[in-house]
Design a protein around this ligand. Structure first.
Ligand code: TYD
Ligand code: MG
Length: 454
């Protein structure tokens, strides 16, 4: 019997070592090596692949026609946006996200929504019947969609040669296995081998490929980081499973900006594209409520208005509680300290709860001022005028600091019918007259309170 060959792989960067080592020499991480059974892939050609013995010839960069393969316009404007303006032929896209977030739903939607692309949807997780049930929920418009329940990469490549699709979707890369290796599906060497086989297919036939990938508990794509290096685009699907909003973020994009963001809402019949996120993130209450402030924030390049809710109450127990959902707790602590020290508000003996509506996480510093104002509004129990929104950072001395892309933030507020926006007076080149909305410029936090609660 042939001896079982094993080798060690670093979980973090995918580097290989013949024996176990405590520290990875490539990425300097500790305790990341795991043993895997392998046997080297045979050198023979894989089925369904073109012959790679033909060597390429160098060409002048000017003579290459970039317009020869225009981007494919998917019937999903949010996905097009996240990809940087459509799908590039021959590109490989890794689509990651936590279990149950809606990866399979979105990909199936791409496959069966009305388009002229012949799509092959390969599922290693669900049977054909299960996929059909899901497809019926979403609604099938594409007659050209083919479903294949298969996990062997060689058999998939064989089918690819016959079907010759315009778009390939793999759900998920962790379930595939290649016959050239003995290790089990989902192991690092298998993921790497299957990806490289599919990558060769994508590049040699100019077919775009979506790979669905699972995310581990610590938020990284399962499998080695090396997967992220191999693919052209890495998209991440995020969101709170208890909320309906899902953010599609681009983490890496060889053909576009990574600042683009797509937004979806999970409904009973699949994912709906959200063209105007602000209307979802602001609850249109008719009553004036204290403790609510609206911030004009940017997520990537996309401006949106978001509601911040705070509740300040007398601490029931000895130690006051501080809790924040969707906002950094340490930053909240810092802002409360600024209020205490610079403005003389006694919040030390109060419980403070902060919530960002819609279950999304915000790390844009421009919402600082809105957080501070929501806290104070709740503390003094006076509502902030409904037509006012805020966009500024708060510094440690209580100064109001400028934020990036103020123009976009102001226009978004104006578009949504706000009549007043409070910003820092230190924004350079700001011409208040340009806007159809009152732009109030402030320097100190005290000025804001006078404006809001006077
Ligand atoms: P799914 O795409 O299976 O998640 P993933 O592939 O990322 O693991 O989505 C699962 C969730 O989506 C499930 O909890 C139910 C919900 N869902 C809807 O709310 N509406 C729908 O139309 C579909 C298909 C799923
Ligand atoms: Mg799935």
């Amino acid at each position: 019997m042939a001896k079982v060959k094993t080798t060690y792989f670093c979980k973090n960067c995918g580097s290989e070592s013949p024996k176990w080592v405590g520290k990875c020499a490539a990425c300097n991480e500790w305790n990341t090596f795991i043993e895997e059974v392998i046997s080297k892939p045979s050198k023979g050609a894989l089925p369904g692949l073109v012959d790679f013995t033909n060597s390429a010839t160098p060409v002048s960069i000017n003579s290459i026609d970039s317009a020869a393969h225009p981007r494919i316009n998917l019937k999903d404007s949010e996905l097009n946006r996240a990809l940087g303006g459509g799908l590039v032929p021959g590109s490989m896209i890794l689509f990651g996200g936590e279990p149950g977030i809606g990866k399979s739903t979105l990909m199936l939607q791409v496959a069966i929504k009305k388009n002229t692309l012949k799509t092959l949807y390969v599922s290693g997780e669900e049977s054909e019947q299960q996929i059909k049930m899901r497809a019926d929920r979403i609604g099938i418009d594409n007659e050209n969609c083919v479903i294949l329940a298969e996990t062997s990469s060689h058999r998939i490549l064989k089918q690819l040669k016959e079907i010759n699709p315009d778009l390939l979707i793999i759900d998920s890369i962790q379930t595939l296995f290649s016959e050239s290796l003995d290790s089990s599906p989902g192991s690092i060497s298998q993921i790497r081998e299957c990806t490289s086989e599919l990558l060769r297919f994508a590049k040699s036939t100019n077919t775009p490929v979506f790979l669905i990938g699972h995310i581990t508990k610590d938020g990284t794509l399962a499998g080695p980081k090396v997967l992220e290096h191999m693919v052209d685009v890495v998209l991440q699907f995020e969101g709170d499973r208890n909320h309906v909003y899902r953010l599609l973020r681009s983490v890496k994009n060889r053909f576009g900006s990574t600042n683009e963001l797509g937004i979806y809402e999970m409904q009973g019949s699949g994912l709906r594209e959200v063209a105007n996120p602000s209307e979802l993130l602001i609850s249109n209450n008719d009553q004036d409520l204290s403790g609510v402030a609206i911030a004009s924030m940017l997520e990537g390049m996309r401006p949106m208005l978001i509601e911040i809710q705070a509740l300040v109450s007398t601490a029931a127990y000895g130690t006051p509680q501080r809790s924040a959902t969707g906002f950094d707790l340490r930053r909240l602590g810092m802002l409360l300290a600024v209020l205490e020290k610079r403005c003389g508000f006694k919040l030390g003996a109060k419980d403070v709860f902060l919530n960002i509506a819609g279950g999304i996480k915000v790390d844009d510093p421009a919402i600082d001022l809105a957080v501070v104002c929501a806290v104070l509004s709740s503390n003094v129990d006076l509502p902030i005028a409904k037509n006012t929104c805020l966009a500024a950072e708060v510094g440690l001395s209580g100064e109001i600091r400028p934020v990036s892309r103020l123009d976009q933030r102001i226009f978004e507020a104006q578009k949504l019918g706000y009549q007043q926006i409070i910003v820092s007076a230190n924004n350079k080149g700001l011409n208040e007259k340009e806007y159809g909305i009152e732009v109030v410029q402030v320097r100190k936090i005290e000025e804001v309170f006078k404006k809001l609660f006077a």
